[in-house]
Design a protein around this ligand. Structure first.
Ligand code: CTP
Ligand SMILES: C[C@](O)(CO)[C@H](O)COP(=O)(O)O
Length: 231
């Protein structure tokens, strides 16, 4: 069940319109990135965290890791222009057979989902977290409906995404050689015609992307507080 995790945290948070890295914003007096890091830092099966960061955020992240006593960060790796580049830079440093890639912007991941993904990746090589789509999805071109996509087989894909590290390194290398840019790591593995398993996750595992997501996040933190008796 052991693994290492790459956490891409080098984005600019443009859609959040916060004027700084959205991972430095606070939820219940704790920075978003610390909420995310704590899940892995407290997991006995996590054998190291590789954090991809923007060079301008290095001091801020170093201060937070010290202040909140995060123990398992192995290395702060320089992020790249795109999320895919940030992940690849960190992936080259990983030293474990199973690697998870998890967005720093998803602070509500549950360890049960992490462990399910690790077990699945050990047997199949690649596994991703996802939840069934709840809305109707349509393809729209120039402001008009082109096609309604049958909903029963549609899933909203999240992270963590878990892989055998050799497979993911090859997938990133082939994508770089082919000039392919995917919005998630699994798409790089799929283009190699390699099967990717899906593990059902939680609707709480949101990615903090736009300002409205902060309201949902505050509600989730409040629910977690109530469920843990305020500890
Ligand atoms: N060049 C990049 C871009 C994104 N990320 C990280 O990848 C995760 C998912 O990306 P996203 O939510 O899109 O974050 P941003 O790129 O910061 O958002 P935006 O597109 O609104 O600027 C985030 O934890 C982000 O920090 C990264 O490490 N390197
Ligand atoms: C990887 C991801 O979180 C899966 O849903 C998503 O594709 C990231 O997209 P972003 O635009 O880089 O946040």
């Amino acid at each position: 069940m052991e693994y290492q995790v790459v956490i891409p945290a080098a984005g600019q948070g443009k859609r959040m319109k916060a004027g700084k890295n959205k991972l430095l914003l606070e939820l219940n007096s704790c920075p978003v990135i610390i909420h995310t890091l704590r899940v892995f830092d407290h997991d006995p099966y996590c054998k190291g965290i590789y954090l991809a960061i923007h060079p301008g955020d290095r001091e801020a992240f170093q201060r937070l890791i010290k202040r909140f006593n995060i123990q398992k960060v192995v290395k702060l790796v320089e992020g790249g222009e795109e999320r895919q580049h940030s992940v690849y830079n960190a992936l080259l440093e990983v030293s474990h057979e199973i690697v998870l890639v998890h967005d720093g912007a998803r602070p509500f991941i549950k360890s049960t989902t992490i462990h399910h993904l690790v077990e699945e990746a050990k047997s199949s090589g690649a596994a991703i977290a996802a939840v069934p789509v709840k809305d109707t999805i349509k393809k729209v071109i120039d402001g008009a409906v082109e096609q309604t996509i049958e909903r029963s087989s549609l899933w909203m894909v999240q992270t963590p995404q878990a892989f055998r590290v050799s497979l993911l390194r090859r997938a990133h290398s082939e994508a770089a050689e082919g000039g392919f840019l995917g919005t998630d790591d699994a798409s790089l593995v799929e283009r190699m015609n390699f099967g990717v398993s899906v593990v059902e996750s939680d609707y709480d595992n949101i990615k903090l992307t736009t300002p409205e997501d902060l309201y949902f996040a505050e509600a989730i933190v409040k629910k977690q507080e109530e469920m843990s008796g305020g500890n």
